[in-house]
Design a protein around this ligand. Sequence first.
Ligand code: COA
Ligand code: MG
Length: 296
Amino acid sequence: MRARRALLYMPGDDLHKIRKATMLGVDCICMDMEDGVAFTRKKNAQETISKALQTLDFGRSERLARINPVGSGMEVNDLNAVLPAHPDGIVIPKVEYGEQITWTSTQIADFEERTGWARGGIILIAIVETAMGIINLRAIASADPRLCALIFGAEDLAGDIGAQRTPEAWEVFYARSALVTHAAAFNLQAIDMVKIDFRDTPGLIIESKQGAQMGFTGKQIIHPNQVNPVQDAFTPGDDEIAKAMQIKEAFAAHQQAGMGAFALDGIMIDAPIVKAAERTIARAVAAGKIKGNSHP
Ligand code: COA
Ligand code: MG
C-alpha cells in the first residue's frame, strides 16, 4: 500500500504550480485537465503536463493526471496527450458507471502493450461526485484491478443533489460515508473532500481528523499550506502506534493462552479492535514512520 494522505491538485496549464508541488513532499501530485482548467486552455494543460512528466523530478510524490470525464468527448485526447509521458496514474472525475473505469483501463492496457510497459503499471483513481455515482458505488469500486482509490467530491455532489454546503457537511454525510464503506469493501483507499477555504487551517485540521475517524486514508487539497496539516492528520501519532503494537502483541499472547477477549488498561480487546490496530500499523508503515508490512 502506498500512502495517499494528501492529493494536491493544480491546473495542468500552470507549470509554476506543478514545479512548486514537486518541492513540497506531498504524497500525490494531481495535474488537472478538468474543472481547474479553462475551456480555452485544455490543450495547454495537456502539453504542460506531458512536458512536466518528462522533465521534472517529482521525488517521492506520485505523478497523477486528471482527465476530463469519460463520455465528455475530451477524454481520448487527454489520455493520448499524457500517457506517452508515463504518469503513475490517471484520475477519472465524475465517474457514474463501472464501464467508464473499464473503458479507461482498456485504453491504458492497449497503450502499455504498444510501448512494452509493464501491464497494469499505471493505476486508476475514480472520483465519485454525482448522485448517480453514489448509487452505483458497488459497480464502480469493483470495476477493475487497476483501481486503487476512490475520491469523494463534495462540491459537485452538493450541486448535483441540490444541497447547500455547510462547514459541518451533514448535507453530504450519507454519500461521504457510503464512499468510505464501499472503498473498504473492495480494499481501496478512500480520499476525502476538498476544503476550499484554504486559509482556514484550524478548520482544515478538524475536517481532516473527522475524515480519518470515518475511515478515509487521505484528503484532496488545493494549496501548498494544506500539505502538512493534512498529511499529519492522516499519519498515526507515536502514542497511537505504540498502543496498536501493544494491542497486537497482547492479543497474540492471549490467543496462545486460549482467550479471545481480554482487558487492557480497562478496555475490552477482541478481534475487531485488533483489526483496527493492524490498520493503524499499516498506515504507519505506509507513511514511513515504522518498518514492516503495510498490508493489514
Ligand atoms: N499547487 C502548487 N502550488 C500552488 C498551488 C497548488 N495548488 N496553489 C498555490 N500555489 C503556489 C502559488 O503559485 C504561489 O507560489 P509563489 O509564491 O511561488 O508565487 C504560492 O503557492 C502561494 O499561493 P497563493 O498566493 O496563496 O495562492 P494563489 O492566489 O496563487 O492561488 C488558488 C489560489 C486557489 C487559485 C490555487 O491555490 C490553485 O490553483 N489551487 C488548485 C485549484 C485546482 O486545481 N482546482 C481543481 C481541483 S479541485
Ligand atoms: Mg469535481
